[in-house]
Design a binder for this molecule. Sequence first.
Ligand SMILES: Cc1cc2nc3c(=O)[nH]c(=O)nc-3n(C[C@H](O)[C@H](O)[C@H](O)COP(=O)(O)O)c2cc1C
Length: 412
Amino acid sequence: MVDRRIPKFHDLAPLMQFKKPTFDLKAKRLREALTIEDLRRIAKRRTPTAAFDYTDGSAEAEISLRRARQAFRDVQFNPAILHDVATVDTGWDVLGKRVEQPFGIAPTGFTRMMQTEGEKAGAAAAAAAGIPFSLSTMGTASVEDVAEAAPGGRNWFQLYMWKDRDRSMALVDRAAAAGFDTLLVTVDVPVAGARLRDSRNGMTIPPSLTPRTIVDALPRPWWWIDFLTTEPLAFASLDRWSGTVAELLNTMFDPTVTYDDLAWIKSQWPGKLVVKGVQTIEDARRVTDLGVDALILSNHGGRQLDRAPIPFHLLPDVVKEVGADIEVHLDTGIMSGADIVAAVALGARFTLIGRAYLYGLMAGGREGVDRAIEILSVEIARTMRLLGVNSLEELEPRHVTQLERLVPRARS
Ligand SMILES: Cc1cc2nc3c(=O)[nH]c(=O)nc-3n(C[C@H](O)[C@H](O)[C@H](O)COP(=O)(O)O)c2cc1C
């Protein structure tokens, strides 16, 4: 039996939590996004299908990307208990300079097509967070504009070697002059991957107005208003293009690039040189012997060769092979700060985020990128504390077991 009574006002008062109505809908939307997956859902709602699919999609049957994300989900963390974790430091040195987080923004092409603030928003948000920003050869802001958008920021330039070598290297010279301190040479695009969503959507750059895209635009008027009332899409490096991405890539990219070209690029670049897109232990050894400063284990976010090796699975063996001689970085599939912590525990010095940043950008421009970085940073610090470590140096392979279909993987 329960005795009932009439509630008194002072019982109710602490329960009443009427918030002041907020008129900043963007801030509200972003505040309510608690994970990168939440930002992805907002991005999908607000962005035309073709632009969203260009970002979200990958090559062929999209197996590489699914596997890479699954590999991170199949992590078992092994926490150490009873450590004082009142303070935690999520930064350390990467390529000779301190970063505040063990991740940076990956180079992505056509970024202003996803959201018009594009690379400038990415570079400014990265600078504010104390992490590097990478500008793609296929970026939609010039090296000079990116440098100006992020005074004091650390910018990296990503090079695709084109058939026109002089033009490629002229860009590299401009990046050096604008203060970019690191060159990422992407080596996994001898030809374009088959992005089937783009073909099915009939995606063009810039987006074209067809009956289908107009119907698609109706529920997303703000994206189009924004797009049509800002500077037309221009590229960091090339003039306007109207065709599919695959046509553009295959017209420009040089399928004859070899290790000799990499050595030549190294002789031309005064800063740090990083090879992006290493996918086997043998290639990791070869690029290390060439004397580059870091390699990025990456399958381009699954956008090139489908069924490519999973970078996170390659990591322990590659670190064992070359980790004493070179920094090993990693990307592809990162959707949470816990993924980044797992990669660092297995020996990655640094990681890059592609889509996680772009979902934030599409969800809310500069503030959306800030939110994506904040979500990952909070997840990193919390995961480190729960593992019982105060610094990235203390993260070790013993903190992570890679599960394969829930069977522990043998440690190498
Ligand atoms: C929309 C998009 C465009 C990209 N463009 C480039 C590019 O121009 N150059 C490059 O080296 N990598 C490019 N990438 C690959 C990223 O740099 C990075 O390797 C990849 O996004 C990492 O996987 P994640 O998206 O799962 O984080 C692109 C990726 C995406 C999603």
